[in-house]
Write a protein that binds this ligand. Sequence first.
Ligand code: TXA
Ligand code: MG
Length: 346
Amino acid sequence: KLSDTMETKIYKINSKDDESVEEVALILKNGGLAAVPTETVYGLAGNALSEESAEKIFKAKGRPSDNPFIVHISELSEWDSLVESIPEPAKELSEKFWPGPLTIILPKSDKIPLTVSGGLPTVGVRMPSHPVARAIIKECGFPLAAPSANTSGKPSPTKASHVIDDLWGKIDAVVDGGESDVGVESTVISLAVSPPRLFRPGGITTEMLTEVLGEFTVDEAVYQKLADGKEAPSPGMKYKHYSPEAKVTLVKGSFEAFRKFAEENKEEGTYCLLFEGEEKEISLPSIVYGKKNDPASQAKHIFDSLRTLDKLKAKKVYARFPESDGVGLAVFNRLIRASGFSLIEV
Ligand code: TXA
Ligand code: MG
């Protein structure tokens, strides 16, 4: 319907000093929405202190309103007023990993509207390392609420073109700052509970967190489907996620066993999601999502690969099991959700 669409402006910004930073900040100051690049994925940004902006974000994404937004800051000093207090371990995490792909959840202050926190008494804050994202926040003079800039349920966007595919005509601006470096969303850890609890694995790995925190727990939803009727401590965990149209199955085992399984079980429209080089060794059409033994490369391309499978109209996808160390846990977490928890060992 034409009456629902608005003009979406595209800005190509590759440096924090680009003149357009001011223009994008003005859109946000006027209560508008802009998709901005970050080092993890693109974020759909609006004023984090404004209920109206938050409501616009929910609407543009089609996101359930109990799912809270991460609040993005450009400098450490902006954190203080957003939370009740900053305990020592939180301070240490921020010193070690900010700016970067880590979100720290703490009890929120009154400055954060309940619309932004999804009705929760806590708020997740992160300082992105992407210079353009930080320049826009700084120019705004207020923190930015920014969920991933995809339509709710779709794979997160790691390129401006992904945002355009999902949100064209629904938001005021898209800032194209190139491909996201990490490729999966930030690590989310709550320090509002004791011991701290990991809600979402990401670019800051469990190994890195252990170095600073010592003990912390990993929420069971990181590995498995939330039991029916159980309340999600992190609301995002309960929703369908990262799903391409195709039915994805994660297949764990050697490449030889994988190939045999895929070739025996292929149908019209079956694709494979493989590691580099393997596509030459198999008779099914395939997409490469990273290099074997290189979890960072798998993270960087996983969402783009899932979107490509949609464009190819894949009906069924057999995916190679990702690495299990470092950022590999984050890739596994996204893929197992994309598959609706469908895992086969061969
Ligand atoms: O890397 C990222 O974090 C990206 C970029 C744009 O910064 N943002 C992002 O936001 O992934 P979003 O909204 O797509 O995912 C936020 C996740 C959701 O699963 C949400 O439920 C959880 O973090 N979350 C946010 N605030 C929370 C809170 N106060 N308590 C529990 N979970 C929270
Ligand atoms: Mg998201």
